[in-house]
Design a protein around this ligand. Structure first.
Ligand code: KIV
Ligand code: ZN
Length: 518
């Protein structure tokens, strides 16, 4: 049996489907490229039949990713598989992943079919997918609650039909490690053609056992693990990629297995996914949480100073965290910034030095000292800048305090015009938002989420605001970054406004094409 573990990342499919607002194509491509750099073997880029936007994103990812296999999900239906085949055919290497549920609960209540019919559909789906590629994965949805006899029959049938990978998901995170390991052991003992396919696992984290279950499966012969960055995904999420990768690395002697993951890319990829997905990582999260490598108690600190391995089983550097903070001030030159960014793991192709240096100087003037986390926030902010800006913030003045009515005056450039509006509110952010909404008469836009996050430490940290707004049945996500909280909020709202403006333009163009075609 191979000693290589195949890492299948589904951040852009299982992870993305659970987000409060979907990612833009640009954001999905950014994540896909980060996953490729991380060394992921298979990137599940989306579910092409689910929407034209998903189809287009899968296709674009298939075009740009070269060293990972790009994969698309499909139900066991010809039209889904055709959408996958069409979206992925531009890729250097691609996989079609098709699935159907196999547990009694799903077969009878959801599919309302007989077990016989479900096997037939699965076999037909695999054969249909084989018309597009040899690399076909089949998943038995809710395998964790499927009767073992039926599961064995299904696995044997789809391997006979040509599936090269068979995935055993614990879709609802119900099993325990000994049970789940037992299911995999049973398949290896009972399915006669099991050696003709790679056995994969896909564990959800409803009981906090996703990583434990995946490892138990690996110990019993599974050689592909499906996971996501930061463990994001449906409900309580999926098995976390960084945890699996670091278990295999840190406990190499126990498992004797390896993956292609470049562990030093972990921290950076985690931050990117957290930022773009608007999903903060809990401080005590293993591997990537802010406290994962901090030692608080005096006894622990003393121990680590005497010998690092007293309380550290892996180093922060091994996951790409560099603890060495340089003093960066407005006197630091461009080459220092470039050098620091390269130490943090960024290549010059990841950013525009002129633009980052410009942002750096402005921040250094405001804060005095700029830290690594500030630089990374600026980099992220710069990457998120919109290519189009119908709305631009010209100036903002907000007043608040005890015993006064908060008020704000906002001046925006809207297209070629400059408009100024004042308003009051229950706080300075609310007053600024009210001023903008009054100015635009935007009754259809509703703010559904407003999140404030501090990037760094201390009172002079950068404030990052994420806003999610609903507009004409769709959700839009915007971010704003500044040392001033009110300004960050206004920038985040303007980000959303620019996206809704673009969406309106696209809809209008589609409408014109439709009318012209009638
Ligand atoms: O959880 C699950 O069963 C899935 C399948 C589509 C693989 O996400
Ligand atoms: Zn899943």
């Amino acid at each position: 049996m191979s000693d290589q573990i195949i890492i299948f990342d589904t951040t852009l499919r299982d992870g993305e489907q659970a987000l409060p607002a979907s990612l833009s194509m640009k954001e999905k491509i950014q994540i896909a490229l980060a996953l490729e750099r991380l060394g992921v073997d298979i990137i599940e880029a989306g579910f092409p039949v689910s929407s034209p936007g998903d189809f287009a994103s899968v296709q674009e990812i298939a075009k740009v990713v070269k060293s990972s296999t790009v994969c698309g999900l499909s139900r066991a239906l010809a039209k889904d598989i055709d959408a996958c085949g069409q979206a992925l055919s531009v890729a250097e290497q691609f996989r079609i992943h098709t699935f159907i549920a196999t547990s009694d609960i799903h077969v009878s209540s959801k599919l309302r079919k007989s077990q016989e019919d479900v096997v037939e559909m699965a076999v037909a789906a695999v054969k249909h997918a084989k018309g597009y590629t040899n690399d076909v994965e089949f998943s038995c949805e809710d395998a964790g609650r499927t009767h073992i006899d039926y599961l064995c029959r299904m696995v044997e049938s789809v391997i006979n039909a040509g599936a090269t990978t068979v995935n055993i998901p614990d879709t609802v995170g119900y099993t325990t490690p000994s049970e789940f390991g037992g299911i995999i052991a049973n398949l290896f003992n009972r399915v006669p053609n099991i050696d003709k396919a790679v056995i994969s696992v896909h564990c959800h984290n409803d009981l906090g056992l996703a990583v434990g279950n995946s490892l138990a499966a690996v110990e019993n012969g599974a050689r592909q693990v499906e996971c996501t960055i930061n463990g994001i995904g449906e409900r309580a999420g999926n098995c976390s990629l960084e945890e699996i990768a670091m278990v295999l690395e840190t406990r190499k002697a126990k498992f004797g297995l390896q993956s292609r993951i470049d562990t030093q890319e972990i921290s950076r990829t985690s931050k990117l996914v957290s930022q773009l997905c608007n999903m903060p990582v809990q401080a005590n999260k293993a591997i990537v949480g802010a406290n994962a490598f901090s030692h608080s108690s005096g006894i622990h600190q003393d121990g680590v100073l005497k010998a690092q391995n007293t309380y550290e089983i892996m180093t922060p550097e091994s996951v790409g965290i560099n603890k060495n903070n340089l003093n960066l001030t407005s006197r630091s030159g461009r080459h220092v910034i470039k050098h620091r960014l390269s130490e943090l793991g960024y290549q010059t192709s990841d950013y525009d030095l002129d633009s980052i240096y410009d942002l750096f100087l402005k921040l250094a003037d405001k804060k005095g000292q700029v830290y690594d986390y500030d630089l990374e926030a600026l980099l992220f902010f710069d990457q998120q800048r919109q290519d189009y800006a119908h709305y631009e913030l010209v100036s903002l003045q907000a007043t608040s305090g005890r015993e006064i009515i908060p008020s704000a005056t906002v001046r925006l450039k809207i297209g070629e015009q400059t408009v100024t509006q004042s308003s009051v509110g229950n706080g300075p952010v609310d007053a600024s938002f009210n001023a903008i909404m009054t100015m635009l008469g935007h009754e259809e836009l509703t703010i559904v989420d407003f999140k404030l996050d501090s990037k760094g430490e201390g009172a002079d940290a950068l404030a990052q605001v994420s806003v999610i707004a609903e507009y004409r049945g769709r959700r839009f996500h915007g971010i704003g970054l500044a040392t001033d909280i009110v300004e960050s909020g206004v920038k985040a709202l303007i980000y959303v406004l620019n996206d809704t403006y673009l969406a309106d333009q696209i809809d209008e163009q589609k409408q014109q094409v439709r009318v012209a075609g009638e």
